[in-house]
Design a protein around this ligand. Structure first.
Ligand code: ZN
Length: 461
């Protein structure tokens, strides 16, 4: 059935204008005034923004970590994403040394199948770059639609790859048209500082941050960039948290290199002092990279504004405080890293970014959706409202003020890192390929309605 979104203000990365949107067959078929909405279901969007659904480039759903598994799976995670205005995610498919890429990908498809309520794609972790892996990558990129590869420079003896692995991956990615992503922290330095802290009896959550100093991120970011330049490849630095890393990315882009960066809501809105909360509550704020000193927030916002950083991902990786985060009592290295962020990503960027004028409304759409679609081979099917694009659309009321809380969020986890924070704006309804997932703030989606999205190879945006 046709749907006719009437009376709203359409917002894309480029424009803000009054227009109606007509949807048919899961796609946008017309934008403008006096549309032929005969037989269409009318959706009243008066007083609301109508923008393309968010695309979260960085999620970990149903992921094993540190002897436990994330609290949100592909159903609860994508449902929460939809409540926050996100209509596509790209999740990280983990691999193990010695396993074929194909079997790892099959296992990840199994996690998502029948559960996702919005569309999804995968990034693929590269744990080692032997001949078999490098061979297999050709078909992964060309046939499986997985066109971004993740290399960890941290988590020694767990995920960490060496520079040879990163360099070989970059060279292969250049040949195949894949975008290489790095978790940029110097894992060897962190490993040394961590052991030292524990030996000195420093076991509280704050030491998670103190053993991962900003320069460990800056150094790894700079090293990944140097290797990218040597390989003449393309690089996307995930979860940039601090000025040291921003500076390296800025310098690379100044030189015209193909280097991009993402930050996350926690680095934009929280700071290192949260790790010092009493009663072990600091464990709720354990991310890698860690939260930084507050002044870094201004650096990150201006990097988004100026285009040094292009995207905001959630790095959704939720663990309950009770029973999961608590595994690290008495030893901060046993606190599962990560937090629940998939639902509030866009709320933080809108409320802390657009409302105080740090970025424009169009930049909000760009960093949460459009630029993600362009960098990860999804544009123009996703990431914009245009004739022929998928009708992944959010109706957003900017006039509402509300309070974020674990009591009302939709993630399957017992706390919210932004508990008590007042934000402006509220997602009213969300459409995925023309079907309601959220309608008047009620979930009406279906487990399994989300489709795997095969992505195109990298094109410099
Ligand atoms: Zn991550």
């Amino acid at each position: 059935m046709k749907k006719w979104i009437r009376g709203g203000t359409v917002v894309t990365a480029a424009d803000t204008y009054q227009a109606d949107v007509l949807i048919h067959g899961g796609q946008v078929v017309a934008i403008g005034h006096d549309l032929d909405g005969q037989d269409a279901e009318v959706i009243d969007a008066a007083g609301c923004y109508v923008f393309p659904g968010g695309i979260d480039p960085h999620t970990h759903l149903d992921m094993p970590f540190g002897g436990t598994v994330t609290a949100d799976d592909f159903f609860t995670g994508t449902r929460a994403a939809a409540f926050g205005g996100t209509t596509s995610i790209i999740d990280f498919c983990l691999t193990k040394k010695g396993d074929s890429l194909r079997s790892a990908i099959a296992a990840w498809h199994e996690k998502a199948r029948g559960k996702a309520v919005i569309d999804y794609g995968f990034h693929l972790m590269i744990a080692e770059a032997n001949d078999q892996v490098l061979d297999e990558l050709e078909s992964v990129v060309a046939n499986e639609g997985i066109t971004s590869l993740k290399v960890f420079m941290a988590y020694k003896n767990v995920f960490q790859a060496d520079d040879e692995t990163l360099f070989k991956t970059l060279i292969r990615a250049k040949e195949l048209g894949a975008l290489v992503q790095v978790h940029a922290e110097n894992g060897d330095v962190i490993d040394f500082l961590t052991k030292k802290a524990l030996a000195e009896g420093n076991t509280d959550p704050i030491y998670h941050a103190l053993t991962r100093p900003p320069e460990a991120e800056g150094e790894a970011t700079g090293r990944a960039i140097a290797l990218t330049a040597l390989a003449d490849a393309q690089l996307y630095v995930v979860h940039v948290s601090c000025a040291s890393a921003v500076q390296r990315i800025a310098e690379a882009r100044e030189k015209g290199w193909n280097v991009y960066g993402e930050t996350c809501p926690q680095y934009l809105a929280l700071d290192i002092s949260y790790l010092e909360k009493p009663e072990f509550e600091g464990a709720k704020y354990v991310w890698s990279p860690p939260l930084r000193e507050r002044w870094n927030q201004d650096v990150l916002w201006s990097a988004l504004k100026s285009g040094i950083l292009q995207t905001v991902g959630s790095d959704q990786c939720s663990f309950n405080f009770s029973g999961q985060k608590e595994l690290g009592r008495g030893d901060f290295t046993k606190i599962p890293n990560g937090g629940p962020l998939i639902e509030d990503r866009m709320a933080i960027v809108y409320s802390d970014g657009v409302v105080p004028g740090r970025i424009s409304l169009n930049q909000f759409v760009d960093v949460c959706s459009t630029k993600v679609a362009k960098l990860f081979g999804m544009f123009p099917r996703k990431g914009t409202i245009a004739v022929g694009s998928d009708a992944d659309i959010v109706i957003f009321d900017p006039n509402v003020k509300r309070t974020i809380s674990a009591k009302t969020h939709h993630m399957n986890v017992d706390y919210n890192p932004f508990e008590g924070k007042e934000v402006y704006g509220e997602v009213v309804s969300v459409l995925s390929r023309g079907s309601f997932v959220v309608r008047n703030k009620q979930f009406v989606g279906q487990a399994g309605a989300g489709q795997f999205f095969k992505r195109d190879t990298f094109v410099r945006p």
